[in-house]
Design a protein around this ligand. Structure first.
Ligand code: KG4
Ligand code: ZN
Length: 328
């Protein structure tokens, strides 16, 4: 089944063609990062206007890159949330419009479920259940237990900032360009151990996370002026990675998970990838970086499995219908 998938939840306009939830024939991403960089963050109104400009060309490019036309498409999927409302509406309505015009099955996909399914785009055997998923993005930090396709149980999450959000805010404190995540990671490559010790919030007795105290500690450290940017970036990254890898590893052991699946933009962080692989007692699967940050192929992968189970979304469904997430 060839699924045309569309994603526009934040500042990336993306379209992809995915076969049977496993093979991306194309994955086109038009990033708006340069447009928002001067504001130090995503400006919602600017983002939705840019999505409107990009959506048509991006969909056409995704079909062309896959060497297909709309005649070859069997179903259409779109991200229905969570995300910026004005951004979501552009991609979601484009997906619904194509489905309506071509009389094709339509499916709305939760953005976080999409991130997890990026793991099915990796070549080789499929992920095994039960799986423990660590979703680390700009808006979410969740530990989700997955017993089968579409079956999610959220066992922990952040109480304040998401991991990516903490990276972005620390990037700003350090005077690095937007988005901070990759720039903090790059600065950390020049850093190393020092006597700077930043706090780790272990939140005993829970599988929750908290990064706001760490962020405040970075603010004070920057103000003190005793340490340079690479040293602060290194220690900050170690603190985040330590907690993420530590909690994921412990929970994977306690649950007897067959695999750990990592997802979301922060999953492209090299240190996080290393530490998870080193510490986790079960095999760790992490998609290639291009499928970790926002893309439409992951939406097509999630849709492929749901459609195969016979699921469809009515064209009357709106962007705030997100009840398919962590519902168990
Ligand atoms: O999943 P994503 O593309 O968008 C959301 O759904 O939020 O994640 C974006 C987040 C941003 O906060 C970005 O700074 C972070 O992922 N990120 C990274 C890295 N690459 C992207 N954080 C740390 N290290 C990286 N290499
Ligand atoms: Zn995302």
């Amino acid at each position: 089944m060839n699924v045309l998938a569309i994603e526009s939840s934040c500042d990336e306009t993306a379209a992809a063609v995915v076969v049977d939830g496993r093979t991306a024939l194309s994955s086109v991403v038009a990033s708006q990062v340069d447009l928002h960089a001067r504001y130090g963050g995503v400006v919602p109104e600017v983002a939705s206007r840019q999505h409107l400009r990009n959506i048509g060309p991006v969909i056409r490019e995704a079909l062309e890159a896959a060497n297909l036309t709309l005649d070859d498409i069997d179903a259409v999927a779109g991200t229905r949330g969570p995300g910026l409302a004005g951004s979501l509406l552009v991609g979601y309505n484009a997906a619904k419009a194509i489905a309506y015009a071509r009389d094709l099955p339509f499916l709305g996909v939760n953005h976080l479920e999409g991130h997890i399914y990026a793991n099915w785009l990796v070549e080789g055997p499929e992920p095994k259940f039960p799986a423990l998923c660590l979703v680390v993005s700009g808006g979410h930090t969740d530990l989700v237990f997955m017993r089968g396709h579409g079956q999610y149980q959220r066992l922990g999450g952040t109480r304040d900032d998401a991991a990516g959000e903490a990276f972005d805010k620390v990037g700003r404190l350090l005077g690095l360009p937007f988005p901070g995540g990759p720039h903090v990671a790059k600065a950390a490559e020049e850093g190393g151990p020092s006597d700077l010790k930043l706090p780790r919030a272990w939140m005993p007795g829970t599988f929750d996370f908290s990064f706001s105290g760490l962020k405040t500690a970075v603010l004070h450290t920057v103000r003190d002026g005793k340490y340079d940017t690479p040293t602060i970036a290194w220690e900050f990254q170690e603190a985040v990675v330590d907690v993420l890898a530590g909690k994921t590893s412990r929970l994977a052991r306690e649950l007897g998970a067959a695999e750990a699946l990592v997802a979301g933009g922060v999953a492209s962080n090299t240190r996080l990838r290393e530490e998870l692989r080193r510490r986790c007692p079960v095999p760790v699967r992490i998609p290639p970086a291009k499928f970790c940050t926002d893309n439409a192929a992951m939406i097509g992968a999630a849709a492929g499995f749901r459609l195969a189970l016979g699921e469809r979304s009515p064209l009357t469904e709106d962007i705030f219908t997100t009840n398919d997430w962590a519902r168990v």
